[in-house]
Design a protein around this ligand. Structure first.
Ligand SMILES: *Cc1c(COP(=O)(O)O)cnc(C)c1O
Length: 356
């Protein structure tokens, strides 16, 4: 730290993304990316827009928001797009949480939430999930005015909270905004977007990073009432009105036009997930029921960190979190069926070598 670093931020502990090592080639099952490339339409759109990089991108993202509106069945003024969904999550924390409307989220959830809270000096409370790692909706439906943040399906557990439970939380918190982060909704969950018609305190956040194979393009979005979206635009236009670049805007439109391709990919991933969950269970793992493109699992005979390290030696990356309640677990991204067969074979060998 330099002696010039502001004391405002000197105790900030940044978010640590999953590793992206360059020392050799790995089977990457650690950051929940899609194993499938973007659709041909997306590749063509990016090439087309690259020739226009001398011009600023549309600060209102009109073409993309119109296409999003059509896809999600909402009016364009109920959509905002962002540089990855992390950006719009940060905007939402800035816009809606405060001393008088503190943040509340689960203790086991996306690691960026406490970081955004600390960055913006916002008070927050982490509510323990139950022993089975599920969220108890009752915990979020009592108490005073607050800003609730729930990833649904949750990360890194993969557990999905049914929509009527989400609706109950939204109803119980009419004096605060409920932010539902649907990064993994396309792998079998049911989106809360239709509820944004009825509840002006519900903000649904989504991303093109997982189900739409665009993690490297950085495209996220939020859907809510026109007033919530206007507030988010006030923040966005005070930070970076050109927050989404030209190529990514065009790629987003093209991806939505190629919906069928991405839907088919999601189906393949869901099938590979179910196959892998079954195989891991047969090998003695406890596997948390997942509605996402990853599995959260632990084995009685091998520690989470140990399994992570042994797989890394074999060229396979999975994600281990050094966090007390979940240290025995690993989060395994679901890739293609073939990739999962490689993973399961390696785990089988590792367990055999341990005498299991
Ligand atoms: C991956 C992820 C995101 C953000 O992804 P972006 O690439 O920034 O769109 C947001 N929330 C959760 C829970 C995630 O796992």
């Amino acid at each position: 730290m330099s002696r010039y670093f502001s004391p405002r931020y000197s105790s900030l502990v940044p978010y640590v993304p999953g590793e992206q090592p360059q020392d050799r080639s790995y089977l990457k099952l650690n950051t929940n990316e899609s194993p499938f490339p973007p659709s041909p339409g997306v590749l063509a759109a990016v090439a087309r827009e690259a020739a226009r990089l001398n011009l600023y991108s549309d600060p209102d993202a009109r073409a993309l928001r119109a296409k999003m509106a059509e896809t999600y069945g909402v009016a364009p003024d109920r959509v905002i797009v962002s540089n990855g969904s992390d950006e719009v999550l940060n905007f939402a924390f800035m816009a809606f949480a405060s001393e008088v409307c503190p943040l509340v989220f689960p203790d086991i959830t996306y690691g960026f939430y406490p970081v955004f809270a600390e960055l913006n000096r916002l008070p927050y409370t982490e509510i323990p999930v139950k022993d089975d790692l599920s969220i108890d909706p009752a915990d979020y439906s009592k108490g005073g005015k607050k800003t609730v943040v729930i990833a649904n399906p949750n990360a890194p557990t993969g557990r999905f909270l049914p929509l009527d439970e989400i609706e109950g939380i939204v109803k119980a918190n009419r004096d605060g905004v409920v932010i539902v982060d649907e990064a993994y909704i396309d792998f079998g969950g049911k989106s809360a977007v239709p509820l944004t018609d009825r509840y002006d305190n519900l903000l649904v956040v989504g991303t093109f990073s997982k189900s739409r194979s665009m993690a490297g393009a950085r495209l996220g979005f939020a859907v809510g009432s026109p007033d919530l979206i206007a507030d988010l635009n006030t923040i966005r236009n005070s930070v970076n009105p050109y927050n989404v670049n030209r190529m990514t805007l065009a790629a987003g439109v093209a991806a939505l036009c190629d919906d069928e391709y991405y839907r088919a990919n999601c189906e393949k991933i869901v099938a590979a997930r179910e196959w892998t969950a079954e195989r891991l269970s047969a090998l003695g793992f406890t596997v948390v029921p997942s509605t996402a493109n990853f599995l959260f699992a632990r084995h009685p005979a091998i520690g989470g960190r140990e399994l992570y390290l042994l797989l890394k030696e074999r060229g396979i990356l999975i994600r281990h979190f050094d966090k007390a309640r979940i240290a025995d677990f690993n989060r395994i991204t679901v890739g293609t069926r073939e990739q999962m067969e490689t993973l399961v074979a390696s785990i089988q060998t590792i367990l055999k070598e341990k005498g299991e």
